[in-house]
Design a protein around this ligand. Structure first.
Ligand code: FES
Length: 103
C-alpha cells in the first residue's frame, strides 16, 4: 500500500461575510501547513497530508478528515494538531474531543 493514512484538510476560502464562512478564515491553511510539517519532521510513514476544497461542513470548520477510518476532526490550534498526530496517527486512537458528529 502506497499510503496508509490520507489526511484531507479543507483550505477553501470564500469571500468575507459569506453565510457559511470557510475553513481558510479559521486558519485552515496554517493548520494544514503545520500538520504537513510535523508529519514530515516526525517521519510518520505512509501518511499524506493533502489540501482539500470544501468538504461541506463549513460551519464546523476548520475541517479535516482522515482515511481509511473516515474520522472527521475540527482542530483549532497547533496543539490540537499535535494531539491528532500523536494519538490518531501514532497510537491509533480517536481524539474524541476534536471529532465532528457523524451527521
Ligand atoms: S469551507 Fe471547509 S468544509 Fe466548507
Amino acid at each position: 500500500m502506497f499510503f496508509q493514512n490520507h489526511i484531507f484538510c479543507c483550505t477553501n476560502r470564500r469571500e468575507a461575510g459569506h453565510t457559511r464562512g470557510c475553513c481558510a478564515e479559521k486558519d485552515g491553511e496554517q493548520l494544514r501547513d503545520y500538520m504537513k510539517m510535523r508529519v514530515k519532521e516526525l517521519g510518520i510513514a505512509k501518511t499524506r497530508v493533502n489540501n482539500s476544497g470544501c468538504l461541506d461542513r463549513c460551519e464546523l470548520g476548520p475541517c479535516i478528515v482522515i482515511y481509511p477510518e473516515g474520522i472527521w476532526y475540527s482542530p483549532k490550534t497547533k496543539a490540537d494538531i499535535d494531539e491528532i498526530i500523536e494519538l490518531h496517527l501514532q497510537q491509533g486512537k480517536i481524539v474524541e474531543r476534536l471529532t465532528l458528529p457523524e451527521a
